[in-house]
Design a binder for this molecule. Structure first.
Ligand code: DGY
Length: 318
């Protein structure tokens, strides 16, 4: 008997076909009644595949047959791990395959905020370019500036490499303990959080969201940053206190921010929209054709192993 898999995110036809080789597959229809589809599919599902929904006790209680969830993401802060462990439900994620792509996006945000790329693109298209641009529209250098990484994990290290070897940037970092190998590779220096905030020209937030990192950067921390500093967040929105950030950007207490993630997504009617010194992207860290394909394949691979008797590569709750 084939096991049942409920897919709650968009999945390419070739990946649907692969899943159907081993499982009875139900696909969520985003145009239909979402709650009704969950109510029907969850009690039957042995496996779930997708990204982005909150899954805690309340959502998973009806899923009495559930054995495994394969998240098509590296982050898994939307899952209640304690509850999954109580129920012996395996959770997997998709590390590694999105590291370089997400680091590219982090660096794109950094460049865009520093050289005012998005702002000046809108300015040109609005027909404002009448004469040579003056200092009011100048940006700031990237090369040679100090790059501060909060969270020197795989993505943080990939951003640091871009900065160090591509742009000659001295790298400093703060996080969960020191990383001697990366310090040697990157010539990176460890700093306390406060030291890093005071010293970095660019602060890149790349920590996972947890109770410990919720609002890691708030009013006090923003006040420690240089007025010329630029903050980049490609981690999770709630790592920053968004109202405090908006205030700091509005009052130019920091120069600019490049944001891919927000406290509430999708971002709607935000005061950020009125701030030219905020670059706002729609949570696209891993959103390239190649990387999303690789993530789907890795997640399917994990789910197949979990439900067909193997050991998944990327178990989050071993
Ligand atoms: C990830 O992989 O965690 C991305 O941010 C998508 O949620």
């Amino acid at each position: 008997m084939k096991k049942n898999v409920f897919v709650f995110s968009r999945l390419a036809p070739e990946h649907q076909a692969r899943l159907r080789q081993h499982f009875n597959v139900t696909l969520l229809d985003p145009a239909g009644d979402i709650a009704a589809q969950y109510a029907t599919a969850l009690p039957e599902a042995h496996g779930l595949l997708g990204v982005g929904r909150p899954f805690g006790r309340a959502q998973l209680e009806p899923a009495r047959r559930l054995e495994a969830i394969a998240s098509i993401s590296v982050g898994y802060d939307n899952y209640d791990l304690t509850y999954l462990d109580e129920r012996d439900i395996i959770l997997t994620n998709t590390p590694d395959v999105l590291t370089e792509t997400t680091a590219d996006l982090g660096f794109a945000l950094l460049m865009s905020a520093a050289r005012r790329v998005a702002e000046l693109d809108a300015w040109v298209k609005a027909g404002h370019w009448q004469a040579a641009v003056g200092p009011a529209l100048f940006g700031c250098d990237v090369h040679g500036k100090t790059l501060g990484i909060l969270g020197l994990g795989k993505i943080g290290a990939a951003i640091a490499r871009r900065g160090r070897f591509g742009f000659g940037m001295p790298v400093i970092y703060h996080g969960n303990g020191r990383k001697p190998e990366l310090e040697a590779e990157l010539g990176a220096g460890y700093r306390s959080l406060d030291e890093l905030l005071g010293e970095a020209d660019f602060v890149c937030v790349v920590v996972p969201l947890s109770e410990r990192t919720h609002h890691l950067i708030g009013r006090r921390e923003l006040a420690l940053m240089k007025p010329s500093a630029i903050l980049i967040n490609i981690a999770r929105g709630p790592v920053l206190d968004e109202p405090a950030l908006i205030e700091a950007l509005r009052e130019r207490r920091i120069q600019a921010a490049g944001l891919d993630v927000y406290e509430k997504e999708p971002l709607k009617d935000s005061p950020l929209f009125a701030l030219p010194n905020a670059v706002t992207l729609p949570h696209i860290g891993s959103a390239t054709h190649e990387t999303r394909r690789a993530m789907a394949e890795r997640a399917i691979d994990n789910l197949e192993r979990a439900l067909l008797g193997g050991t998944p590569r990327d178990i989050v709750n071993p």
